[in-house]
Ligand binder design. Structure first.
Ligand code: MGD
Ligand code: MGD
Ligand code: SF4
Ligand code: MO
Length: 767
């Protein structure tokens, strides 16, 4: 081992768990050792293999470090000015010829983990002003935004399970032992589940697969994919039928007429009716309802398996409905709303009625899918490129995304991207998607970025704040903020040479003005120049973060208060009011205490109440869910239901180029139940052909009773080794792209989310 010159502490940006890392750097600031930071106030030393590989990921020789330009002779590295000139020429030409609506934008998952992207991504999108905006949200959590928007009035008003205090945790469609949690920021999820069991609490897992999380559970219910809404409605039905509905602290915020509508909607979902659909015993449905109601601190938590399915919005809505009916919403140990230190859409304060959550402010050009959260379903991206007509996408800006591998019907998107007039990617690899770009603009090294989890800390199971300043100089690399601001300048017509500092100043000034204009807000009536002077000399995303922290619920309100009182597990304590300087003095983060009851101040519905039964939800239950109770489950030509899975050493598509994370047995296999394997005459280790309505592929088989009979599983994020990519390690562990099988035509209609679980497929022996 190389001797470390210095140790720095940083939050891991790789997954939602946000663990504190202790990085040992050599004299050239290379990471020589990674440990879990035992003093981190939130993660307490937890580390997974991906975090441990962070140094290797950052130092990967295949990583793109200089701008790359593609021409007839292939790729070559160029200077930043040359890259910007080409971007300005390419985007400028398409905008001049076809209008800005012909430029599409795709934002991938790592944007959520990048402070500068959260802060300046919207500046870029506003400047681009195209209706063609897509992101990974519509292959992920969009249904939860929609159900939260309907219920609480804001798409980001998502309650999280109060993991550390619950006594009964019902998990549907999540495998946090491998994923480390999602829409529930909880470093060391495994330890938190162990502690739940140790204090006598119970864990129930609903998943078509016996996952590692299910293995730790008191009860595992292997559900038929796509039927969580039925199961949850069976629970709702039982709660009403047995008079077990007790809204607890949420009671004043729910209209009794809504409860009547709900009771009526639940009528057809008797335990017997749902049992037949879900493949779960009616007695288990009834017992779940009783346990949830009888346990003082119970909570239901649903994640990606409940979102990427046919009834994604209804399942997501029902998770919160059940929590509400058993009195768990906003109760310690139940489902609670985080009080984030920075950037919350619902800071503490008096309840403020909102304008009402709306979708469909515009519709996609080809299939007429409604806009949701300002974007269109990514499953519609390929058709928006390959279908002729006015408004057709001719250029794409892809930021930290790999949609060829991550979104449905990847083969069609792959071909569509190849047909674009111009594409620019902000990325760190030449992969299945970015190989189609004309220009790749590299993000800097992880160590060169300031990191604060502006999004994930809105969903944390404890209120915490943690800032990681950049630890290495940005030298010849360009910060994400500058990349986004220069892109914004280019699409605004200011050209590639406009000084990004001007847009940076404008952005922060606008935010300050908004804060000052907010009636009753912490900066109401303040002087703009005073506030800006207090933020100097910081610039870029750190300056915006400082503004958010200081005007946030624990902030110093720019000198108005020196200390704030925060809750602790058994009382309160006084801490210095937050500023970025104060956070910088705490490299292990600042604990702001356990979650607090937040009703009604989080509500932004027009009525000021929880809107339990919005018309859109009622219609979807009546039009689609009720009829599905009696339809035949199996598509004769495609008798198996395909689901995904995640592996601890992987993360979507982009961590397969680091040897330690991919070595060993191939993990991109088809899981097939032994009974099905016997029926089909397919042996363990042989190759199967899997067909869906849209595609087919060949994949090695792992026969295992961890999947339900009739269900097969292939992980996503694989399918490397395509011509023109530059990922040597990943090429040697290519695997197959499961999204060649998923169908872009099928969406959850309320959210536009893709259906990636429960995809009908046929399986046969290959050869
Ligand atoms: N079948 C199936 N498909 C799925 C899923 C599933 O469960 N099943 N899951 C879905 C989910 S939840 C998600 S979130 C999506 C993910 O969808 P995407 O976000 O499109 O895919 P990723 O594989 O996360 O790709 C991330 C990209 O960001 C790049 N990158 C990494 N770090 C940085 C950085 O610091 N800066 C920049 N600029 N780029 C960076 C990587 O090289 C890669 O190209 O996939 C979805 N697809
Ligand atoms: N190691 C690792 N960690 C990750 C990622 C990764 O790729 N690898 N990706 C990150 C991202 S982007 C996200 S969004 C999160 C996701 O985090 P999780 O939501 O925990 O995702 P998964 O581990 O895919 O667990 C989803 C589970 O749903 C099950 N399932 C499939 N269909 C159904 C269904 O119809 N009903 C029910 N009840 N269950 C179903 C699957 O079998 C699977 O076990 O993980 C994040 N963390
Ligand atoms: S669990 Fe997630 S945040 Fe924690 S070390 Fe692993 S990848 Fe990083
Ligand atoms: Mo995701």
């Amino acid at each position: 081992m190389v001797d470390a010159e210095r140790v720095v502490y940083r939050t891991c940006p790789l997954c939602e768990a946000s663990c504190g890392l202790e990085l040992h750097l050599d004299a050239r600031d290379r990471v020589v050792l990674v440990r879990g930071d035992r003093d981190d106030v939130f993660s307490g030393g937890f580390l997974c293999p991906k975090g441990a590989a962070l140094g290797r990921l950052d130092a990967d020789p295949d990583r793109v470090r200089a701008p790359m330009l593609r021409d007839a002779d292939g790729w070559r590295e160029v200077s930043w000015p040359e890259a910007w000139a080409r971007v300005a020429e390419g985007l400028g030409r398409v905008i001049r010829q076809h209008g800005r609506e012909s430029v599409g934008a795709y934002l991938g998952n790592p944007n959520v983990h990048t402070l500068s992207s959260i802060v300046f991504g919207r500046v870029f999108l506003r400047a681009l002003a195209t209706p063609q905006v897509f992101s990974a949200s519509t292959v992920d959590q969009m249904p939860k935004h929609v159900s939260s928007g309907f219920l609480f009035g804001g798409g980001f008003t998502v309650p999280v399970p109060d993991l550390d205090r619950t006594e009964l945790l019902l998990v549907l469609g999540a495998n946090p032992i491998e994923s480390n949690g999602s829409l529930c920021t909880a470093p060391d999820f495994p330890g938190r589940l162990d502690r739940l069991r140790a204090r006598g609490g119970r864990l129930v897992v609903v998943d078509p697969r016996r996952t590692k999380t299910a293995e730790r559970a008191d009860l595992h219910l292997p559900i038929v994919p796509g039927t969580d809404a039925h199961l949850l409605f069976g629970i709702v039905h039982t709660l009403f039928a047995e008079s077990r509905v007790d809204l607890g602290v949420a009671a004043p915020f729910v209209a009794s007429a809504d409860l009547e509508v709900l009771r009526e909607l639940a009528a057809p979902f008797t335990p017997d009716a749902v049992a037949a659909v879900c493949g779960i015993d009616a007695a288990d449905v009834v017992a779940l309802a009783r346990d949830l109601a009888a346990t003082e601190r119970s909570v239901v938590y649903g994640r990606i398996g409940t979102c990427v399915q046919e009834f994604g919005t209804l399942s997501s809505w029902l998770v919160d409905v059940v929590n509400l009916l058993v009195g768990s919403l906003d109760r310690p140990g139940g489902a609670m709303f985080t009080t984030a230190a920075a950037g919350s859409a619902t800071p503490p304060g008096p309840a403020r009625p909102g304008r009402g959550y709306r979708t469909g402010r515009r519709y996609s050009r080809v299939r007429g899918a409604p806009e949701v959260q300002g974007e269109l379903p990514v499953a519609a991206l390929a058709e928006e490129i390959d279908t002729p007509g006015t408004g057709r996408i001719r250029a794409l800006v892809s930021i930290a995304g790999n949609p060829v591998v991550s979104t449905p019907d990847g083969a069609r998107l792959d071909a569509a991207l190849a047909s674009l007039d111009f594409m620019v990617a902000v990325d760190v690899y030449v992969n299945e998607t970015t190989r189609h770009a004309d220009v790749i603009l590299p993000s800097p090294s992880l160590l060169a970025k300031g990191h604060y989890d502006l999004s994930l800390l809105q969903l944390a199971v404890r209120n915490v704040a943690n800032w990681s300043p950049p630890v290495t100089a940005v030298d010849d690399t360009v910060d994400d903020a500058e990349i986004l601001l220069r892109l914004a300048s280019i699409v605004s017509g200011l050209g590639p040479d406009a000084n990004p500092a001007v847009l940076d100043d404008l952005t922060v000034a606008t935010l300050v003005d908004e804060a000052i204009a907010r009636d009753g807000g912490p900066l109401a009536g303040r002087d703009r120049e005073d506030v800006l002077a207090a933020l100097a000399p910081r610039r870029g995303s750190a300056r915006v973060l400082d503004l958010m922290l200081r005007s946030g619920p624990y902030g110093d309100h720019f000198g108005r208060r020196a200390t704030v009182e925060v809750p602790t597990d058994d009382g309160t304590r006084e801490i210095p009011a937050l500023t970025l300087d104060e956070l910088e003095r705490h490299p292990h983060g600042i604990d702001l205490g356990p979650l607090q009851p937040r009703l009604p101040s989080v509500l932004r519905t027009p009525s000021g109440a929880i809107e339990l039964c919005r018309d859109e939800i009622v219609a979807d239950v009546r039009d689609r869910l009720v009829p599905s109770l009696t339809r035949s489950a199996v598509d004769a030509g495609h008798p198996f239901l395909l689901v995904g899975r995640r592996d601890l050493r992987s993360n979507n598509s982009w961590m397969h180029n680091v040897e330690v994370l991919v070595k060993g047995r191939s993990r991109c296999t088809l899981h097939l139940h032994p009974d099905d394997a016997a029926d089909l005459g397919i042996a363990d280790g042989s190759v199967a052909r899997v067909r869906s309505r849209v595609g087919s592929l060949e994949v090695p088989v792992e026969v295992t009773d961890a999947v339900r009979p009739g269900v097969v599983s292939i992980p996503h994020g694989w399918g490397h080794g395509l011509p023109g990519t530059r990922q040597r390690v990943a090429d040697a562990h290519a695997g197959v792209n499961v999204n060649l099988l998923t169908d872009g035509a099928v969406l959850d209609p309320l959210s536009g989310n893709a259906v990636l679980a429960g995809v009908p497929v046929a399986v046969e022996a290959s050869g």
